[in-house]
Design a protein around this ligand. Structure first.
Ligand code: PMV
Length: 367
């Protein structure tokens, strides 16, 4: 039985049957990477991330009884209109429809509603920034808010966020971490921290230096990813290094949480950069193999490491499953780092583009 399954949530029992809810959820950047999964989107190893602020998705969900909607679809289990940047988006719509169908045991009332979903990203879709984390987190929060509008508030705030993180995970694993702000852990760790494979948990003991940590995202190459994360995760099942990797990730998660608690930037940098390299190394040795870095990715990495060596400024990089480079540094060094980014790194980016982002409070409900 799926957690949160509630067959009694029928539209006929709702206290009101239409409304509109909206959430903004930021993207997150993994420091310890989730790469490899099993079962229903459960991670093979714990991951740790920082939640961003400038890169976000805003989602509005309007709902009314299916019988009353002029555009209702009665030939489908889910009656849905999906708009991305105010345009109908059939490819996304099909994906969301499938996701919502899978949630019917949790939200049986979805069968009796017509839904209109409007989604907007703060960053261009083609920028190569993963939007599944922010978009699935915002959608999951909208679904939980819709349930509250329909049936009243039954969950504590903590349980509300836990449920949203659980639902977001079913849509996209890393989305489980975009519900909460600052630093988030998802997956079981071997140490004292209480964590879960089913939802992300905020890391409460975060050292203040990380609360406004900077992440400047260098857009090396814009465009769709050459391998979907679904395919990438699946490749881990055959990867000859997967067992060693999962063991390493467990160790890295503990070391990273220790660094996030103590503010030990040397340890933070060491683990962060190792994790970026190992993610890409795993893809390079997969069958088939993928090289997701571009020549300018490596040039940027080299320049960042050289700058750190020369200046002793605690700047480092991480990578997602693509060529863009996330440049991480404490806010107090911003004045010294930004001129370096502008003069040395921006020329390596596509049209010299980068996004100035930083750690945030997490998702927020919109009016
Ligand atoms: O959430 P997914 O299935 O798109 O996987 C994300 C995987 C990485 O972004 C590469 C790493 C991570 O932990 O976010």
């Amino acid at each position: 039985m799926i957690r949160y399954s509630n067959p009694s949530l029928k539209l006929e029992n709702a206290r009101q049957n239409s409304g509109k809810v909206a959430w903004r959820s930021p993207s997150n950047i993994a420091l310890v990477k989730y790469w490899g999964k099993y079962g229903l989107q459960l991670p093979r190893n714990p991951s740790v991330s920082l939640t961003l602020s400038a890169s976000y998705t805003e989602t509005t969900l309007a709902f009314l009884p299916r019988q009353q909607a002029s555009k209702a679809r009665f030939d489908k289990k889910i009656s849905l209109e999906f708009y991305f940047e105010d345009q109908p988006a059939p490819a996304f719509e099909a994906k969301i429809e499938k996701f919502l169908e899978s949630l019917l045991p949790i939200f049986p009332f979805l069968a009796d509603l017509h839904l209109e979903i409007f989604s907007h990203n703060s960053f261009p879709h083609s920028a190569g920034i993963a939007s599944s984390a922010s978009s699935m987190a915002a959608l999951a929060l909208c679904l939980c808010s819709m349930e509250e509008v329909l049936f009243g508030t039954t969950l504590t705030q903590d349980d509300f966020y836990q449920k949203a993180s659980f639902l977001a995970r079913l849509g996209s694993g890393s989305a489980a971490r975009s519900i909460h702000g600052r630093a988030v852990i998802w997956g079981k760790t071997s140490k004292q921290w209480e964590t879960s494979e089913e939802w992300g948990v905020p890391f409460e003991a975060l050292h203040p230096i990380f609360e406004d940590y900077q992440d400047t995202i260098l857009l090396i190459h814009e465009g769709e990813k050459s391998v979907s994360s679904r395919a990438g995760h699946a490749l881990m099942n055959q990867n000859p290094f997967s067992a060693i990797r999962y063991e390493q990730a467990h160790k890295h998660a503990v070391l990273m949480l220790e660094a996030l608690q103590s503010g030990d930037l040397e340890k933070f940098i060491d683990i962060t950069e190792k994790e970026a390299f190992v993610l890409h190394a795993l893809m390079m040795v997969s069958e088939p193999s993928f090289v997701l870095m571009k020549p300018n990715t490596l040039r940027a990495i080299e320049a960042i490491q050289f700058f750190r060596q020369q200046t002793q400024i605690p700047i480092c990089f991480t990578l997602d499953a693509g060529p863009n480079v996330h440049i991480l540094y404490p806010k107090s060094y911003q004045e010294r780092v930004l001129p370096f980014i502008k003069s040395e790194l921006a020329p390596l980016a596509h049209h010299s583009k980068y996004i100035l982002d930083q750690v945030s409070e997490g998702s927020i409900a919109l009016d």
